[in-house]
Design a protein around this ligand. Structure first.
Ligand code: NAD
Length: 501
């Protein structure tokens, strides 16, 4: 078949190859609707080949010295730095976020690569000397085998980099299934990984939708699956892959609340809230989508609206843009529909961002900052994850009322409090049932020395996708209990009890 538009390749056994599938999807620039490339939905046979390639590579990769593995990631982090501008440009073209934010997306992934380069200090076992006479016990953290990752559209650089570097650094091999909406920056990162020295078969990529994801969940040779995406799909992946006997972690949807106490630093708090609610067009799993104004802070609504109005809606490539387009026409329809429902269900639309005029980008999927007040917990705009630049404002009389509201929401991804009171902040930190807590920090994503987490409906599986926890996720602990006999040791008697002496 001849194609005038580029095709996104599969990566199998170190080769970037065209799929033989008949099913393709356009990768579209959300600011212009230009078709950038076509991405294949891999066939079942191609998924099998990718897994077989990873399975074969595991035999030698698992024995590769830890220093050799670490050095690949040292080189990889430099290559990512050297190619940062190009990576950001690819990302902005296919995803829509601003160039600065795209660099942030790559940078947060780069930090995980840097952490992977320190794997020698992370994949350490423990040893207890003389657990019995002449007996020592120690642990080995050994790789599992073939691991797989399934990633969402909103961080097409950072989230793949949450997954394969740490999986590979710990001695596993990997099959990645990127988002079919914006796979191009992910593929460029995979090219750089091979350039850094990741051997053939150690990293493989298949593209596709539900069929490919299900094939990964079911495949008998895949030992662990890391998923990031919506709660609906994540719950399906968790159940299906767990039933197939795999270790699974799913980082899922969100509805992140911030509490604003009347003593908060007003200007700093309003800036932080507007950035976290409307930045990346609200398409962050850690975006703030609900603000609970406590007591006298309820009077800040006009200030929040004024702040939101200062943000500039435009294509991500244009200088000075704060809010780029939504990823797809479908996302635009969904977000616009939810705004309409908010109005119909009785919330007060303080700022309507629908149909902004963006000169030169008339076909882009734009929604500007949108703000509702008078939101109640039974409204669709409160119950659903909007994933657009829409902020819901709720009033509460006390901080405890606000905490109760947040803890009653099914999701527990991120939250924040704005206050000058250490005591209030500490009370909040103790009582709130949310995985990531910010104190005067609106998007408290932990750096890779810690682990991304989440609670309740935002996460399934015990361990996070990077940081110390992921070393546990990608390894199996083996304990070894050993005793060595001196040549001249006198033979002891037969011991029929379970104790070691
Ligand atoms: P999504 O769930 O639609 O897609 C995620 C992945 O699942 C994609 O690779 C997609 O191809 C695949 N998929 C989609 N439908 C499927 C189906 N029916 N069966 C099997 N696989 C399927 O998510 P998205 O829209 O790409 O990303 C946005 C969502 O991801 C939001 O809910 C956001 O909160 C969440 N997210 C969570 C985190 C986190 O760390 N908690 C981080 C980023 C994004």
């Amino acid at each position: 078949m001849t194609r005038s538009i580029p095709t996104v390749k599969l990566l199998i056994d170190g080769q970037f190859i065209d799929s033989t599938t008949q099913q393709w999807r356009d990768v579209i620039n959300p600011a212009t609707q230009e078709i950038l490339a076509q991405v294949p939905f891999a066939t079942a046979e191609e998924v099998d080949r990718a897994v077989a390639s990873a399975q074969a590579a595991f035999k030698t990769w698992r024995k590769t010295p830890i220093g050799a593995r670490a050095r690949i990631f040292l080189k990889y982090q430099q290559l990512i730095r050297d190619n940062m501008k190009e990576l950001a440009a690819i990302l902005t073209a296919e995803q829509g976020k601003t160039l600065a934010d795209a660099e942030g997306d790559v940078f947060r992934g780069l930090e995980v690569v840097e952490h992977a380069a320190g794997i020698g200090n992370l994949q350490l076992g423990e040893l207890a000397n003389n657990v019995a006479g002449g007996v020592d016990t120690y642990t080995l953290l050994q790789p599992l085998g073939v691991c797989a990752g399934i990633t969402p559209f909103n961080f097409p650089a950072m989230i793949p980099l949450w997954m394969f570097p740490m999986a590979i650094a710990t001695g596993n091999t990997f099959v990645l299934k990127p988002s079919e909406q914006d796979p191009m920056v992910t593929m460029r990162l995979c090219e750089l990984a091979l350039e850094a020295g990741v051997p053939p078969g150690v990293l493989n990529v298949v593209h596709g939708g539900p069929d490919v994801v299900n094939a990964i969940c079911d495949h008998p040779d895949i030992k662990a699956v890391s998923f990031v995406g919506s709660t609906k799909v994540g719950t399906h992946v968790y159940n299906r892959a767990s039933q197939a006997g795999k270790r699974v972690q799913c980082m899922m949807g969100a509805k992140n609340h911030a509490i604003v106490l009347p003593d908060a630093h007003k200007e700093q708090s309003l800036n932080a809230i507007a950035g976290a609610a409307f930045g990346a067009a609200g398409q962050r799993c850690m975006a703030l989508s609900v603000v609970v104004l406590v007591g006298e802070a309820q009077q800040w609504i006009p200030d929040l609206v004024a702040k939101a109005k200062t943000l500039k809606v435009n294509a991500g490539v244009e200088a000075g843009t704060d809010v780029g387009p939504l990823v797809s026409c479908a996302a635009l329809d969904r977000v616009s529909g939810l705004i309409e429902r908010g109005v119909a269900e009785g919330a007060t639309l303080e700022l309507d961002g629908r149909n902004p005029q963006v000169a030169g980008y008339e076909n882009g999927n734009f929604v500007g900052p949108t703000l509702f007040s008078g939101v109640t917990t039974d409204m669709s705009i409160y119950r659903e994850e909007i994933f657009g630049p829409v902020l819901c404002v709720i009033a509460a009389e006390t901080m405890d009322e606000a905490i109760e509201l947040i803890n009653a929401n099914p999701n527990g991804n991120g939250t924040a409090i704005f206050t000058r009171s250490g005591a209030a902040a500490r009370h909040f930190q103790e009582e709130i049932d949310v995985g990531q807590v910010g104190i005067n920090v609106p998007i408290p994503v932990p750096v890779p020395m810690f682990s991304f987490t989440g609670s309740r409906a935002s996460k399934l599986g015990d361990l996070g996708p990077y940081g110390k926890q992921v070393v546990q996720f990608y390894t199996q602990t083996k304990t070894v209990t050993e005793r060595w006999f001196d040549e001249d040791a006198v033979g002891s008697t037969v011991n029929t009890t379970i104790t070691l002496k």
